[in-house]
Design a binder for this molecule. Sequence first.
Ligand SMILES: Nc1ncnc2c1ncn2[C@@H]1O[C@H](COP(=O)(O)OP(=O)(O)OP(=O)(O)O)[C@@H](O)[C@H]1O
Ligand SMILES: [Mg+2]
Length: 252
Amino acid sequence: MSFVIAVAGKGGIGKTTITGLMIRALKRRGNVPILAVDADSNVNLAETIGFPQGKTVGAVRENFSSDISNMPPGMAKETLLELKLNEGLIEGEGVDVIAMGRGEGPGCYCPVNNMLRRFLDILAKNYPFVVIDNEAGMEHLSRRILQRIDALLIVSDPTPKGIMTAGRIRDLIKELELSIENSYFTINRIQGKLEPVIEAEIEKHGFKSFYGIPMDKLIYDYDLSLKPLMDLPDESVAVVAVNKILDEIIKL
Ligand SMILES: Nc1ncnc2c1ncn2[C@@H]1O[C@H](COP(=O)(O)OP(=O)(O)OP(=O)(O)O)[C@@H](O)[C@H]1O
Ligand SMILES: [Mg+2]
């Protein structure tokens, strides 16, 4: 069974960055092969980790009705779908990436959705590690891309609003009864010591502790020069912090 790590939080909080750093950390530890799933309709995980962009699962679904009409005789629909989806899987050294793309639109061919879930479940089984970058907001969590999540990072920034949103996400997860083994409250872009008002906010929202990721100037520099996060040096402060979180997630 694969070990599934997912990252959630409000817009612009650092989900894709942290997902990329998680992938980097897993790879460095030799925890491969990894399936990286971009579950944000605004697809950008592949680019962040230096991969080309493949066809999204959403695009395959949208074109499937017309693909069926041109299907070679004797071919099963499921086989065709699998072929089409495999075109979207970008393979790299130790890491493969698949992007979900847009959700189900009004013109969707619905039986395809069940086939899709089955495909993703089967695909994920080929990988001991699966990392999912989620869309901002909370509704998407109910889309249940995979049946089970072993570690969910709920990401906030060191602001009262960020912490409040993280609290809401945690509560929603409980409400939806999602199958999540452990969640890890993470505060990203920390500069120096947390203000007492932020400490108070953390306590107010019922978080007992948190994992911190510092603001890292190198990430900004890499962003500016469009360099992939996979190439960040080991001494990058964010890399060090994410490695530590992974050590905690996958207890040695
Ligand atoms: N620890 C950090 N130090 C410095 N910059 C960071 C850090 N984490 C994220 N960033 C920067 O913050 C910006 C937003 O990060 P990112 O794209 O990962 O957020 P996101 O939550 O995935 O956003 P969206 O909701 O739009 O998908 C990026 O420019 C990224 O480089
Ligand atoms: Mg993102």
